[in-house]
Ligand binder design. Structure first.
Ligand SMILES: Cc1cc2nc3c(=O)[nH]c(=O)nc-3n(C[C@H](O)[C@H](O)[C@H](O)COP(=O)(O)OP(=O)(O)OC[C@H]3O[C@@H](n4cnc5c(N)ncnc54)[C@H](O)[C@@H]3O)c2cc1C
Length: 294
């Protein structure tokens, strides 16, 4: 499809063109997507996705791009960012938040409604769409047990998945297996005194104090069943290991830091090296937590 015809059909949707991953992703590397669309309502998102499907245009859905590794080359797909789906509503069934609500906004909403239990989100740089997809969590607490339902667009209709249908496990969900666009989710949160919330927030923030600063994707690998991925990486002597513009953090071995204008290929090479070294030394196969954009 020519650029002119493409724009004729899609210019009514808020978009950015081009979309450089190096500027928008937390890891700070990668090529470009030709377009990123920012639907502001569910109706707009449904219309956009339906059109892209009819036109046979590949799309990739993103939130804050804090857990993804984009490729060095430009991608042959448009991005749909759900960052502007910002609705929020408190009901008897729980607090509904749109996929674009970020962790800071979410915690402010919780405070407004006197609802606790989600303080582990403090400092996680995510949107709720990304968190529901990834089953985000910290210090042993996860979003999955709080989920009352997740509203999705399956390409034909909007439906709400029950917690069971979300098939949550550690860093795993149905959204990794099926092509579903997350519009938002209802979270069931207990009432909590503000004092208790503040105490819990401080606890989780303190737990994060040791995390490395700089451009990263957070933890690169899931923890294997019997220990922390970082401990195995550290045990294999990989802290500080550098390939090109990226290195294994000295502070936390499960973080890769892009400090010198790394290419995505530098980071991929580090990931392969880390997996091979841990396999050779401990016979443990590390599995990526991060998601690759292809
Ligand atoms: C410094 C740092 C610290 C971090 N700390 C933590 C932590 O403590 N705990 C933790 O769990 N994670 C952590 N992360 C990782 C990351 O923030 C989480 O995984 C988060 O849930 C990703 O949210 P996002 O909005 O950035 O999603 P993205 O990175 O944009 O996307 C992640 C995945 O979700 C999919 N996705 C996003 N939105 C939608 C949608 N609306 N519909 C369908 N699919 C969607 C994408 O396709 C992609 O596969 C950290 C990352 C960084 C950089």
């Amino acid at each position: 499809m020519t650029e002119k015809r493409f724009l004729d059909g899609y210019a009514s949707f808020p978009y950015e063109k081009p979309f450089p991953f190096s500027r928008h992703s937390s890891i700070g590397c990668g090529g470009k997507a030709r377009y990123a669309f920012y639907p502001q309502t569910e109706g707009q998102l449904v219309e956009l996705v339906s059109r892209l499907r009819v036109d046979g245009i590949r799309y990739y859905t993103v939130g804050n791009l804090t857990n993804v590794l984009p490729p060095d080359n430009d991608i042959d797909a448009v991005l749909i960012s759900t960052k502007r789906l910002l609705s929020a509503q408190a009901a008897a069934t729980g607090l509904y938040v749109g996929a674009g609500v970020n962790s800071g906004m979410f915690l402010r909403l919780c405070k407004t409604y006197g609802l606790g239990g989600a303080e582990f989100f403090a400092g996680i740089p995510c949107t709720m769409g990304g968190a529901l997809f990834m089953n985000a969590g910290a210090a042993g607490e996860y979003i999955a047990p709080l989920v009352g339902g997740v509203k999705v667009f399956d390409g034909k209709k909007i439906i709400t998945l029950s917690p069971l249908e979300c098939r949550y496990e550690y860093k795993k969900s149905v959204f990794m297996q099926e092509d579903l666009l997350i519009l938002g989710g209802t979270l069931r949160l207990p009432e909590m005194q503000e004092e208790e919330m503040v105490k819990r927030t401080q606890y989780f923030m303190q737990k994060r104090a040791h995390l490395p600063k700089g451009k990263s994707m957070g933890c690169v690998f899931k923890n294997p069943p019997n220990g922390a991925a970082g401990k195995y990486i550290e045990g294999a002597g990989l802290k500080g290991l550098r390939i090109g513009g990226a290195h294994v953090s000295e502070k936390h071995a499960n973080f890769i830091i892009n400090d010198l204008g790394a290419k995505s290929s530098d980071i991929r090479a580090l990931i392969t090296f880390m997996k091979n070294a841990v396999l050779a030394q401990y016979n443990i196969r590390l599995e990526e937590e991060i998601r690759y954009i292809q």
